[in-house]
Each structure stands twice: as structure tokens, then as C-alpha cells.
Design a protein around this ligand. Structure first.
Ligand code: C5P
Length: 301
């Protein structure tokens, strides 16, 4: 289907009376915390990777503005990032708030895969189209920044490097190789709490880690500076040893690397084959965890 969006991101399906956009998950292949900033946030160096695992957002014309969520118990007030994104764009574009939106929620909430930030960014892209604003992505970028540090990445998806709060994004060619197995416990983690504790531990983070660069497909080779690493593991695994155990089980099952995604609670492992990943999934799918198999997505730049 011909996409009205540049580089065919996000994935688009036309309906008779509107359209559907996929709102993808991310993992952080690399996440380094460089220090605390004056504004209270932390200075990061990170690499985002879009996955073929997603929520869906339906957009239809309607005079009255409504947001309905299916698959999760999310309120339709300002605590919902879809609603916040819509209000922000309406105000910035001096337009009335209109449209009927349905969010089909599949991604975990507070799961470290960027679900909420993705929904907010995809709402900006979707309403920009529905309302005929046709702003370029550079126009949506300041709004995405305001909605959350991970939001700007979801305006372009694919593979990207990021600096600042995680909101200064440079898209990259290619995608991480392998089969991703994501293990999400029944509870989430609060990003704010994890970062608050990190402050006390900044000095404990190992500075001399051994880098073993990842292989990327559709790019041909490696980015020398991208190795699997997450500085937040020290906090999260200490607080919740069950998550460290999942990481260890993924490695024992043959993952070439396994990491906490963002501030958690999802832990992911990357396998060479689907067969290997399925075997690991059967071992890990015990107790109160959700196991999802996925692949990394590349976008034309
Ligand atoms: O931007 P977002 O709302 O996703 O961030 C949630 C919280 O995580 C922030 O309020 C902040 O406490 C913390 N954070 C941080 N440094 C970052 C990103 C997030 O300290 N780079």
C-alpha cells in the first residue's frame, strides 16, 4: 500500500473511513549514562532499535475528539500519552481537537520497550496527516521532545543513535541481526525511580568495559562503537534479581547477547536462529512472564 509518509514509516494501512498506523516497540542496544544534567535529566549515549512488535492506532475523522484503548486499562484523560500528544499538536497548530482514535494495546506498559513514547509519536504523525497539517518531521520534533525523552526516536524508527536526554537522534542505516526474544515480567519499572537511584551509583559503573561490536544487516558489517551494554542494569538487577536471572537464562540458552531494555522491566536476548530462540522461549515461558519473538526493522534513510 502506498504510504503517505516519507520513508514508509510508520507502517500504514488505509481503511474505508480512515487509516491504521503501527506503533512499534524499541530496545536499547547500547545505553550509557554519562552524567546528571542541570535540568534533572541524565545525559545519555544510546542506540535505539525498532522491532517488528507493535501496538496499532486507528485514526478516523470525527468532530468530537475521542480516544479508546482496547487490550489494556488505560484512562482517556491527560495521563494517556495519546491524549497529551493530540492536545499538544492541536495547540501548536491552532486547530480544534478532533478525530476518533482507537489504540490497540499489545506492548507492555512500563516495560522498557517505549510503548507510551511510541504511541505519542505515532499520534503526532497520524493527526498531522488526519488534520491535513502536513508539517515536516522537523516541525513535530519539538513536540515529541516535550512528550518524553524517547519520543523523538519514534518519529523516524529503524536504527538510530541518540544523545542528550536520548532526544537528539541521528538515524542510521541497517538493523541488528538475529532473532530477538523479549521476556517481560507481569510488573513494570518506573524510569524516574531507576534514574533517581542511578545518581548515587554513577561512580560504580564500570568505565573500562570490553567492547564487542554487533553485526548489522542491510548495512554490511558493524558500527565499531555499538556494543551491547546497558548502564542501568546495575541498578535494576540489584533491586530485582529475578531480572538478572532472566538475563542469565537467555545467555545459557545460547543468546549471543542479552540485556535489560531501557530501564526495564523487559529483558531481551538475541539468537542466531528462530529454532534456537523458540527453544529458549519454551524454557523461559514459565511463571508470570510474557515471551515475545521479534526481529529488528531497518528503514530507508
Ligand atoms: O522523558 P520521560 O518522561 O520518558 O522520562 C521519565 C523520567 O526518567 C524523567 O522524569 C527522569 O526522571 C528520568 N530520565 C532521566 N534522564 C533521561 C531520561 C529520563 O533522568 N535521559
Amino acid at each position: 500500500m502506498t504510504s503517505p509518509f516519507s520513508n514508509s514509516y510508520p507502517d500504514y494501512t488505509k481503511l474505508s473511513d480512515g487509516f491504521v498506523l503501527k506503533s512499534p516497540a524499541k530496545v536499547n542496544l547500547l545505553l550509557r549514562v554519562l552524567g546528571k544534567r542541570e535540568d534533572g535529566y541524565h545525559e545519555l549515549e544510546t542506540v535505539f532499535q525498532e522491532l517488528d512488535w507493535y501496538d496499532e492506532l486507528e485514526f478516523r475523522q470525527s468532530r468530537e475528539f475521542t480516544v479508546r484503548t482496547e487490550g489494556a486499562d488505560l484512562p482517556s484523560d491527560d495521563s494517556n500519552l495519546v491524549v497529551r500528544a493530540a492536545r499538544l499538536l492541536a495547540r501548536a497548530g491552532s486547530l480544534p481537537l478532533t478525530g476518533s482514535l482507537v489504540l490497540h494495546k499489545r506492548l507492555p506498559i512500563q516495560g522498557g520497550v517505549g510503548g507510551g513514547s511510541s504511541n505519542a509519536a505515532i499520534t503526532l504523525i497520524g493527526l498531522n496527516h488526519l488534520w491535513g497539517l502536513s508539517w515536516p518531521l522537523t516541525g513535530l520534533m519539538p513536540l515529541a521532545r516535550e512528550l518524553g525523552a524517547d519520543c523523538p526516536f519514534f518519529l523516524t524508527g529503524g536504527l538510530a543513535r541518540a544523545k542528550g536526554r536520548g532526544d537528539i537522534v541521528t538515524p542510521l542505516e541497517g538493523r541488528a541481526q538475529g532473532v530477538f526474544l523479549l521476556v517481560t515480567p507481569s510488573y513494570g519499572t518506573s524510569t524516574a525511580h531507576v534514574f533517581a537511584e542511578f545518581q548515587q551509583r554513577l561512580t560504580e559503573v564500570e568505565k573500562n568495559v570490553i567492547f564487542s561490536p554487533l553485526q548489522f544487516a542491510e548495512k554490511g558489517g558493524v558500527y565499531p562503537e555499538i556494543s551491547p551494554l546497558n548502564d542501568l542494569e546495575i541498578i535494576v538487577f540489584h533491586k530485582d534479581p529475578a531480572l538478572r536471572l532472566i538475563r542469565d537464562q537467555l545467555l545459557e540458552a545460547g543468546a549471543s547477547y542479552a540485556l535489560l531494555s531501557g530501564s526495564g522491566s523487559t529483558v531481551f536476548g538475541v539468537f542466531d536462529s528462530e529454532e534456537q530462540a523458540s527453544k529458549a522461549a519454551r524454557k523461559l515461558a514459565r511463571g508470570e512472564v510474557r515471551v515475545t519473538m521479534s526481529r529488528a526493522v531497518a528503514r530507508t534513510r
